[in-house]
Write a protein of this length. Structure first.
Length: 220
């Protein structure tokens, strides 16, 4: 069995603009004016780490943990009714379901409550063998902890896992964990750093080709 691991935000769901929107909204409650450009370098990073940065920068009276909890409460409710599924997701899912000899997982920097909502909305419960979230690791992407733990949940060696990632931080995390990576760079994406990956796609329905290739190569 081989492992196929998905990032979530910006890969399965087109949520990164919403994530930033909520970061801006939460910080504005404390008089901090920010704009989307201020968060580009944090793409793929757990929101707690983002709030730790701004809490220290502005010496806020509220803790990063409290800011993070405020965001979780807002965004979990939002995603229950307003989830932007990435184009071609269903086509990808149907094609992957036909590939024998692979197990699937999600490794997302988002909180557990949000990931569970998304898995349910995507109808992914029976498809996945495991999921791990930003709440369940000490070190956020770009460090490799989340991908090491994803491999462990699948009972696989890291070298037997293929990852679909869209951000520089996420790609580095997976590569440093010793995994192969397919970079997802849709046309409207702000993430255009192709340098780290040798495989890249612009649409989700292209991904099953690489999965089939990977599984066949790994089992041969």
């Amino acid at each position: 069995m081989k492992g196929i691991i998905f990032d979530m935000d910006g890969v399965l769901i087109d949520s990164e603009p919403q994530q930033v929107e909520f970061d801006i909204k939460i910080l504005s409650r404390f008089g901090i004016k920010s704009k989307p450009e201020d968060f580009v370098s944090f793409t793929g990073v757990n929101s707690l780490k983002v709030f730790e940065f701004f809490q220290k920068k502005y010496n806020l009276d509220v803790s990063a943990e409290q800011l993070y909890q405020m965001k979780k409460e807002l965004i979990v409710e939002e995603f229950k009714t307003s989830l932007h599924i990435m184009p071609k997701f269903e086509e990808m899912k149907e094609a992957l379901a036909l590939i024998r000899g692979a197990k699937f997982a999600i490794a997302s920097s988002s909180p557990r409550a949000l990931v569970d909502v998304v898995i349910k909305q995507l109808g992914f419960e029976d498809f996945l063998s495991a999921s791990i979230t930003g709440d369940e690791v000490f070190n956020s992407k770009p460090l490799p902890e989340i991908y090491h733990k994803a491999a462990a949940l699948l009972n696989l060696d890291e070298k037997d896992c293929l990852v679909l990632e869209d951000s520089k931080n996420g790609i580095k995390s997976a590569l440093d964990a010793g995994m192969e990576v397919v970079g997802f760079f849709p046309p409207n994406s702000n993430n255009k750093d192709y340098s780290q990956v040798k495989y890249k796609i612009t649409s989700l329905d292209e991904f099953p080709f690489y999965v089939q290739k990977f599984v066949n190569m790994s089992l041969s």
